[in-house]
Design a protein around this ligand. Structure first.
Ligand code: AMP
Length: 276
């Protein structure tokens, strides 16, 4: 496994990799959710590149860029066991050299849901993913359903700008109580961690009602909000039942529907979703 910090070196090593090359972009502090992507990418490709980069442009002012958990030594030990060829671990100036002032933006999809709560977030995500696609030129790139809107936006970028890259979205890996694995879960105190299970309970309630025939999206949003309100530590940012193609809110929850939510538990903002 080669650990590469320089973009130029990555481009050079890439020429020697047997194709197809799989890419898994991450921000590190790896957990089983990340590793599920790594394992699928290993199975599907002849070479595997993992990036670990806490991308400053996708964090807004006052967000957790400085405190985002980082543990490169542990990440490298985990990746060594997974048969990774290259770990790309760039500095911020390697990705954004002085004077860098060009951005990629998926206009409509970026403004909804997470984009409405975190202006500029998806511009940062789209730009770093484009930089990685250009450097690695993967045949397939792997993303988690956990960040559903991100996966939808990246699929749209690939369709428009990188037709040679197949974007693969894999299911959310969860803890025993249903809580989606996330590097940010490490911010939670034991009480907050217990309270955070309410996100998946709310999503599960929506699925249950929908399976029983509840078709009104506003009723589903109302029922999820009611579940969340019972948890005193939870502060709801949004609850959504949207068309996964357009991310527009639905009136009738027809399949497929993306049911998603963003909730603050203490100081930690958490997101989760399911597809109906
Ligand atoms: P991050 O390091 O949080 O930027 O995540 C890197 C990739 O792992 C993204 O494509 C995420 O959607 C994906 N991911 C994060 N958490 C999970 C999870 N619990 N299950 C599946 N994929 C995940």
């Amino acid at each position: 496994m080669r650990v590469v910090e320089k973009a130029a070196e990555l481009e050079r090593l890439r020429l020697e990799l047997p194709v197809p090359v799989g890419l898994v972009p991450t921000m590190g502090c790896l957990h089983e959710g990340h590793l599920s992507l790594v394992r699928q990418a290993r199975d599907d490709n002849n070479s595997l590149v993992i990036s670990i980069f806490v991308n400053p442009t996708q964090f807004g002012p006052g967000e957790d860029y400085a405190s985002y958990p980082r543990d490169e030594a542990r990440d490298l030990t985990l990746l060594e066991k997974e048969g990774v060829d290259i770990v790309f671990l760039p500095s911020a100036t390697e990705i954004y050299p002085p004077g860098f002032d060009s951005y990629v933006e998926v206009a409509g999809l970026s403004r909804r849901l997470e984009g409405a709560s975190r202006p500029g977030h998806f511009r940062g995500v789209a730009t770093v993913v484009a930089r990685l696609f250009d450097l690695v030129r993967p045949g397939k790139a792997y993303f988690g359903q956990k960040d559903a809107q991100q996966a939808i936006i990246i699929s749209s970028i690939a369709a428009d700008l990188y037709p040679g890259v197949e974007v693969i979205t894999l299911p959310t890996v969860r803890e025993a109580d249903g809580m989606a694995m996330s590097s940010r879960n490490s911010y939670l105190s034991p009480d907050e961690r217990r309270a955070a299970a309410v996100l998946y309970r709310a999503l599960s309630r929506a699925r249950e009602l929908w399976q029983e025939g509840e078709g009104s999206a506003s009723n589903l949003r109302w029922e999820m909000t009611a579940v969340l309100r019972k948890e005193p530590l939870a502060v709801v940012d949004y609850v959504s039942v949207a068309d996964p193609a357009t991310l527009e809110e639905m009136e009738t929850a027809s399949s497929p529907a993306l049911v998603s939510l963003a909730v603050k538990i203490g100081a930690t903002r958490l997101i989760d979703n399911i597809l109906l």
